[in-house]
Design a protein around this ligand. Structure first.
Ligand SMILES: [Zn+2]
Ligand SMILES: [Zn+2]
Length: 390
């Protein structure tokens, strides 16, 4: 049984209107100017102290109630480069950009909680409401941390949330340990000696070499990492050649890898390089390999997860909590904040994921039904992590 915070209902219509406005005006990585203005203006109007400029468009609102510990609640504000196909009245008015991951909903729920908590400060201490840019691909969370988020706002814990299609409305999921994977990218350039396709013995073939490398890389998850560890090596691009009868002189392969533990990440990077170099040598082509670490894995700490569990149980009921969900091989840049502070990242049930209702689909729209549930979670979390004495 979902029990939203009494008193939040009267803000639900406002939250819906804010969400639709944000949805209609999506902005992508580090360009969330309008969004940032809207967030800052609302936080000010609720009476919070507002700080701007971290990671360009980041906004931090501080709400204090007496002397006490500080925690951070974080939402992401950015949209994706997707052409929206929902035909909704609040559909994107910005060509080629779309809130297809629900960050409009995340921003709205955290704003709703900030407003309620400013009016009903049933907690003791300070809350930093962190609105970050560029969660998708560009690591706005990392930039906020690098630019001194936790020095300027010395919080002891950080909490994050993502709406989760595929998990029923009225359910939430969380677990101590990894929730989401690390996200790395790679590029391999092979250079050989191009030749007539009918006279392969006169050249060195980057396509034959590249295909062997792609296959051999698949032995990394199966032969080099511990069978119980998770690892994904996905080649997603293989560019070579222009015509039927020429063996090209170069090929470029790109893709992504996923894992949960830094040791596995190290193994993947090392083995990819070794395999590419060795096969290239055998095949008489040259290999140039670049591996870039994008996001670490999102790892919850036990103590904060227990607090998140208690807060979530007050909203959706203990029986509606999934406390051992299968971690996702997707990635999340909240991980950079979790590397610096203990905390917990939870999934908020958003209903079915079929029929275009999944994240990053051009048909996706954040489920407004969950706005009061997510905002209630933040309110209960504030009461749980910053309890009033007595
Ligand atoms: Zn996303
Ligand atoms: Zn997202």
């Amino acid at each position: 049984m979902v029990e939203t915070v009494p008193g939040l209902e009267k803000h639900t219509a406002d939250m819906k209107a804010w969400r639709h406005d944000l949805h209609a005006h999506p902005e992508t990585a580090f360009e969330e100017q309008r969004t940032s203005d809207v967030v800052a203006e609302k936080l000010k109007s609720f009476g919070l102290e507002v700080h701007r400029g971290l990671a360009k468009t980041g906004v931090v609102g501080i709400l204090r109630n007496g002397e006490g510990p500080s925690v951070a609640f974080r939402a992401d504000m950015d949209a994706l480069h997707i052409e929206e196909q929902t035909n909704l009245p609040h559909a994107s008015r910005h060509a080629g950009r779309m809130h297809a991951c629900g960050h409009d909903g995340h921003t709205t729920m955290l704003l709703g909680a900030a407003r309620y908590l400013a009016e009903n400060p049933n907690f003791h201490g300070s809350i930093a409401f962190v609105f970050q840019p560029a969660e998708e691909n560009e690591g706005g969370g990392r930039v906020m941390v690098e630019e001194g988020l936790f020095e300027k706002f010395p919080v002891t814990e950080v909490y994050g949330m993502h709406n989760w299609p595929g998990l029923e409305v009225g359910r939430m999921a969380m677990r101590p340990g990894p929730m989401m994977a690390s996200y790395d990218v790679f590029e391999l350039t092979l250079t050989g000696k191009g030749t007539h396709a009918a006279m392969p013995h006169l050249g060195t073939d980057v396509i034959v070499a590249g295909t062997q490398i792609v296959n051999a890389w698949q032995t990394i998850p199966s032969r080099n990492t511990h069978p119980v560890d998770s690892a994904v090596v996905s080649v997603t691009q293989f560019h070579a050649g222009d015509t039927w009868n020429v063996i090209p002189a170069s090929a470029v392969l790109r893709g992504t890898t996923r894992s949960f533990r830094p040791e596995v990440q190290d193994t993947i990077e090392r083995r990819m390089r070794e395999i590419a170099q060795a096969i290239a040598t055998v095949m008489g082509v040259e290999a140039s390999f670049r591996y870039e670490r994008r996001y670490p894995s999102t790892v919850n700490t036990a103590d904060a997860t227990e607090k998140a569990r208690r807060a979530a149980a007050r909203v959706v009921g203990a029986e509606a909590l999934d406390l051992d969900p299968m971690p996702s091989m997707g990635a999340e840049d909240f991980s950079f904040m979790l590397q610096k502070r203990p905390g917990c990242y939870v999934w908020l049930g958003a209903g079915p994921s079929d029929g275009g209702r999944n994240l990053h689909s051009p048909h996706y729209d954040f489920n407004d039904e969950v706005l009061p549930i997510g905002a209630s979670y933040w309110v209960r979390l504030a009461e749980t992590v910053l309890p009033k004495a007595g």
